[in-house]
Write a protein that binds this ligand. Structure first.
Ligand code: UDP
Length: 453
């Protein structure tokens, strides 16, 4: 290993994350792991949601000129914004690779940052794609593309039942297909087309765990990407556990002291990730559901996560008063530490893929409230396949349903069974991380693969 590290030291890798929290985190964990294995690391990031180099003094940072107009950023149309990032950052990356990044031997880029593959191949440099969603999501996206090609999107227009299961895609129903609530269908299918094009890629690195989706992994290896290697190295957040935070918002660690005072498995942690937004009405339903459940709760309410946020501060203060010491409301939490805390007994989550893997890794059962994109599909796996959670199905968040769901998960027999299953998953994941486990083996193969360039 020492010898590999010595040789690797001379090799510089360029990593390019997509500028959203759920994509930045896995890429920076991967960067930390590769750096520990001797590689020199450069990170190219956009000026939109730019990273803080001071937090990662071992890496070199290059800021790409994304030239995103303010109105596009403010529009919250994610697919349109990411298509613009892909167009606008090309010149800046080319210039960096011709000058300060001349010695890069390999580029690892988020699947969304597809322009990097094209630029790298222009310099004769190999590139690898990092996929930060599940394999099932990738397969489901192919179905979305197919439906789009047949002129059947948006699905609501065609009168087919959204409750029907999609053929050959168990457990997903039409309403669970990964369609973004934040983007126009034309823009998002254009982006997915590009993400699925691997002509310039030498391999795919996947933040998934083989035992979670074994048939999907086989399907993708044999039928879809049979020309290039796939390295399923998840859960990525566990491969470099002590890496410094890559949070775009400041983590409020005071909630950990609050958790220390709570009994084991008593607290429900509530977070809807970095993108999902609530209406003012939903916020109030959530607050009442939490207060009425009588369970201790730790609730993340991200700044800007409520549409028309006027008066939100006042509403939250009132609810904090009602809940007293039974509730703790923060703007952003150190989520991985929170989920690992013994006081946490459940996770009310939007079911982003990182949150899902982080919860499974700590044996925490989930109450699923998916919003957009891959979240519905993830919640189906959580509740119907892995059976470590239950889903709040209604279109509108409702305080009574939420209260019932929290009780089921936290105090009733059904929740107890889910907790046992979740703890089982935690053990299995620990096995994957041990020497000769799937994660450790696939990481070693990945390092060998990069060393072979
Ligand atoms: N996260 C965090 N603190 C919070 C809420 C979220 O650190 O208060 C992190 C979480 O640990 C995860 C990421 O933000 O790594 C969210 O990614 P995910 O894929 O779950 O959802 P997204 O934000 O992409 O919808």
């Amino acid at each position: 290993m020492e010898k590999i590290r010595e040789v690797a030291k001379q090799r510089r890798l360029l990593l390019v994350p997509c500028p959203y929290q759920g994509h930045i985190n896995p890429m920076l964990h991967l960067a930390t792991y590769l750096h520990r294995n001797g590689f020199s690391i450069a990170i190219a990031h956009t000026s939109f949601n730019s990273l803080n180099p001071n937090r990662h003094p071992d890496f070199t940072f290059i800021c790409l000129d994304d030239r995103l107009p303010d109105d596009l950023v403010a529009s919250l149309d994610i697919a349109k914004l990411l298509l613009a990032v892909n167009d606008n950052c090309k010149a800046s990356l080319k210039e960096a690779m011709a000058t300060v990044l001349r010695d890069v031997v390999c580029v690892i880029h988020d699947e969304i940052m597809h322009f990097c593959g094209e630029v790298a191949s222009g310099f004769g440099v190999r590139s690898l794609v990092l996929r930060t969603n599940s394999i099932s999501t990738c397969i489901a996206r192919s179905v979305v593309l197919q439906l789009h090609a047949e002129g059947r999107l948006p699905l609501l227009d065609e009168g087919s039942s959204m409750e029907d299961e999609v053929p050959n895609l168990y457990p997903l129903r039409y309403k669970d297909l990964p369609v973004s609530a934040h983007s126009d269908i034309y823009q998002s299918t254009k982006l997915v087309h590009k993400m699925h094009d691997l002509t310039t890629s030498s391999a795919v690195i996947w933040n998934t765990i083989p035992f979670l989706e074994p048939s999907e992994l086989t399907q993708i290896k044999t039928k879809i990407y049979n020309q290039i290697p796939i390295f399923a190295i998840g859960p990525i957040h566990k491969i470099s556990p002590t890496s410094s935070s890559s949070s775009l918002l400041n983590e409020d660690s005071a909630c950990l002291s609050w958790l220390h005072k709570k009994p084991s498995n008593s607290v429900i942690y509530v977070s809807l990730g970095s993108v999902a937004r609530l209406t003012n009405h939903e916020l109030q339903e959530m607050a009442w559901g939490l207060v009425n459940s009588n369970q201790p709760f730790l609730w993340v309410v991200r700044p800007g996560s409520v549409r028309g946020s006027d008066g939100i501060g006042f509403i939250l203060e009132e609810f904090q008063k009602k809940a007293g010491d039974r509730g703790c409301i923060v703007e952003w939490a150190p989520q991985k530490e929170v989920l690992a805390h013994s006081a946490i007994g459940g996770f009310l989550s939007h079911c982003g893929w990182n949150s899902t893997l982080e919860s499974l890794s700590e044996g925490v059962p989930m109450l699923c409230r998916p919003y957009s994109g891959d979240q519905r599909g993830n919640s189906r796996y959580i509740s119907c396949v892995w059976r470590v959670g239950l889903t709040l199905e209604g279109h509108e968040l409702n305080r009574n349903e939420l209260e019932k769901g929290i009780r089921k998960l936290m105090v009733e027999e059904e929740g107890k069974k889910m907790r046992e299953k979740a703890v089982d998953f935690k053990r299995k994941i620990e096995d994957c991380l041990r020497e000769n486990g799937s994660c450790a083996r696939n990481l070693k193969e990945l390092v060998d693969f990069i060393m072979s360039f």
